[in-house]
Design a protein around this ligand. Structure first.
Ligand code: ASP
Length: 321
């Protein structure tokens, strides 16, 4: 055998999926974030990117691609090379978008490799400091009686904050004006400035202002009270039976990635989710991290698509163009 054929054989061996995965990653990996910097999705993404990057021995570069309720980033991901160098923080909106948008540039199941679930996070119902009544029931009566004054901010159509707003309006049988932003961070800024009156953000983004007394925390959407806000009732305790709207995050890549690369990423994600350093960062707003295999995560997203399409029909939620 001459050197040319040895080199060809080596090149072939290196090109097998196993070899690709063994060498992976050989350069920085981009992690797309579907919402603006400084919000809950961005915070989870940056914590995960740091831990995963350390474990994989490569930098994971966070790229915010906000807009259209978080549907721009998955569209970018769908069109990226399926080589493991472009990934996405997947979020609940990927499974709700088919029920909310008349046309959608991606198919939530088929167009992606679902690498793994990261965490499941309750949302917090917050209001401007000077929303009149202190007691929750009185507040709901106030909102119903002043529906032209009370505007509800959200992070875009299909964001978890938007979904919670829809469930809330449906529960109180009152339509309020909703104001979409490119993420929780800009939405909270405007709420602080008095442009909007209430919102359902993830907890971490609002906690500093809640603690500083600049925003009121009215309820949390989880099944249990948040250890960060032990005095704040759950929506269920506040009288909203079955208000079960958690926001989940996971990671995804474009469809047809080498299976070995998906496995390497899932193994690394499961490993870093056990690390106390990452758990501590996520604990600010999250319940326990919830590692899943790619197959489990794919099934979970499918069940979420079904759950939200049933809910959208039952609650008469209209489609956006
Ligand atoms: N994911 C958040 C939401 O759905 C938005 C954000 O992270 O900024 O409301």
């Amino acid at each position: 055998m001459n050197w040319t054929s040895v080199a060809a054989l080596v090149a072939f061996a290196l090109a097998t999926p196993q070899a690709l995965a063994q060498g992976y990653p050989t350069k920085p990996v981009a992690l797309l974030v579907p919402f603006a910097a400084g919000g809950p999705t961005d915070t989870v993404a940056r914590s995960l990117a740091q831990s995963m990057g350390k474990a994989l021995g490569q930098t994971i570069v966070v790229e915010n691609a906000p807009g259209a309720g978080g549907t721009i980033a998955p569209t970018k991901l769908k069109n990226a090379a399926p080589d493991g160098y472009t990934l996405l923080i997947a979020h609940i909106g990927m499974s709700t978008a088919p029920s909310l948008y008349r046309t959608l540039p991606f198919k939530p199941i088929e167009d992606f490799e679902h690498i793994g679930q990261v965490v499941d996070v309750p949302m917090t119902f917050i209001g401007k400091k000077d929303l009149p009544p202190n007691d929750f029931k009185a507040l709901v009566d106030y909102v119903k009686a002043n529906k032209e004054k009370v505007t509800l901010a959200n992070a875009g159509i299909g964001a978890a904050s938007h979904l919670c707003g829809l469930l809330f309006m449906s529960a109180i049988q009152t339509d309020l004006t909703t104001v979409p932003y490119k993420g929780t961070a800009p939405a909270i800024n405007d709420l602080l400035g008095g442009q909007t009156q209430a919102m359902f953000p993830g907890l971490a983004a609002a906690l500093p202002q809640i603690r500083a007394g600049k925003i009121r925390a009215l309820a949390v959407t989880g099944r249990e009270r948040s250890p960060q806000l032990p005095d704040v009732p759950t929506m269920e305790q506040a009288g909203f039976k079955g208000f079960d709207a958690m926001q989940w995050y996971g990671s995804a890549g474009p469809a047809n990635m080498p299976a070995e690369v998906v496995k390497r990423l899932n193994d690394t994600q499961v490993q870093v989710l056990r690390d106390p350093e990452l758990r501590e960062k996520l604990a600010v707003e999250a319940v326990e991290p919830w590692p899943m295999t790619p197959a489990e995560f794919g099934k979970f997203i499918q069940s979420e698509v079904q759950r939200w399409s049933a809910l959208a029909k039952a609650r008469n939620i209209h489609l956006e163009d």
